[in-house]
Design a binder for this molecule. Structure first.
Ligand code: TRP
Length: 361
């Protein structure tokens, strides 16, 4: 069976290094691996509206920011179809039929939805649209017959939900939909990159992100202010790696080449870690190294972004062409779904003839 990728992001802000190591970098590798017949990258603006209903302007503005981030990271419109979710009404239609296959209590048990409800203070009154977004996400995935969904581990519950919908649909209406597999990042540190303050989640509202479009001086300031081991007071003290954000970032970003280039006195990260835990290695030195590593990774991305920013009409055309192409695919799936459910009354004379026959008796 041919392999098809679908993944996406909510356009609620510019993308940051957490997105980069957690998914963007991987997507570009997958794109260039030649192993996938089709790749769809969705800007999930309709999903973003499920918790930004009162702020559509935020979503509207960030669609272009996210598209710029995609292109500057190396997503290539010749190989990957970039699309805007809300412009594909077939997805909404699919969601509506899938809703019949999911119970309220099943949605309430979804751990990602649970924690988001808490984070957004939705406990007292949860918007129905937000509550049902896992179903809409199942529509996103199945509309493109995706076999492979590369996302972070926070999306595991969404994939579970999607699989259940697929199984239920196929069992009730006949084999129609494809069951997708999640593809998690292979580097542990990339599963979830913490904020620069050491907090588990990197988020705009906490002000603890490093953005892909960030200028070098700001990156440096952020790296130098990063949370480390609070008990590592004097250089001679042994340092702790656990919960030490600087080392988590090094796990995610550094490669042996970086040591050769910026810190030849160590062969690799293991040696650096060993010295740090033994004592005698100061935080500032490690931070300076991390700064060099991150700068060298982000510089080409930032430069490409500046180029694309000079040609926004081009990015617009990429989005429009990608969305048109994706819409055709989704329309085909919707047609399959309606056929399986036998709600295709006007597609052929089948239903009419059946009814004539029935009433002629
Ligand atoms: N829920 C994802 C996020 O918050 C975005 C998303 C929407 C998505 N639809 C998707 C991811 C389909 C993978 C597949 O980042």
């Amino acid at each position: 069976m041919s392999k098809i990728i679908l993944t996406g992001d909510r356009p609620t802000g510019r993308l940051h290094v957490g997105h980069y190591v957690g998914s963007l970098k991987r997507r570009v590798e997958l794109q260039n691996s030649g192993k996938y017949e089709k790749i769809f990258i969705m800007i999930a603006d309709a999903q973003a509206l499920t918790d930004n209903a009162d702020n559509p302007e935020r979503v509207r503005q960030n669609i272009m920011e996210v598209a710029l981030d995609y292109l500057s990271c190396g997503l290539d419109p010749e190989k990957s179809t970039i699309l805007i979710q809300s412009q594909i009404p077939e997805l909404t239609e699919l969601s509506f039929y899938y809703m019949n296959l999911v119970t309220v209590s099943r949605l309430q048990r979804n751990p990602t939805v649970k924690s988001e409800i808490q984070m957004r203070n939705f406990e007292a009154s949860i918007p129905v649209g937000f509550f049902t977004y896992p179903i809409s996400q199942a529509a996103d995935i199945t509309a493109f017959k995706a076999t492979t969904v590369p996302v972070g581990e926070d999306q595991l519950p969404m994939l579970e939900q999607t699989k259940e919908i697929v199984r239920k649909f196929n069992a009730v209406y006949g084999e129609t939909l494809v069951e997708p597999e999640i593809l998690l990042p292979d580097n542990k540190a990339c599963l979830r990159l913490p904020g620069i303050d050491g907090k588990a989640k990197m988020s705009k509202s906490l002000g603890n992100c490093i953005y892909l479009s960030e200028e070098p001086a700001d990156i440096k300031k952020k790296v130098m202010s990063m949370f480390t081991d609070p008990d590592h007071i004097r250089i001679e003290d042994p340092g702790k790696l656990e919960g030490n954000t600087v080392f988590t970032y090094l796990d995610a970003f550094s490669r042996p080449e970086h040591f050769e280039e910026f810190m030849p006195e160590y062969k690799n990260l293991d040696e650096l870690k060993e010295h740090y835990t033994r004592g005698g290695l100061g935080d500032v030195k490690v931070k300076k190294f991390l700064n060099n590593v991150i700068q060298s990774e982000l510089e080409p991305i930032r430069n490409r972004r500046k180029e694309y920013q000079k040609d926004i009409s081009y990015v617009y055309e990429v989005l429009k062409a990608g969305t048109d192409k994706a819409r055709e695919v989704a329309a085909n799936t919707l047609s399959d779904v309606k056929n399986s459910m036998k709600i295709n009354y006007f597609d052929s004379r089948e239903w009419l003839e059946e009814q004539i026959e029935k009433f002629s008796k």
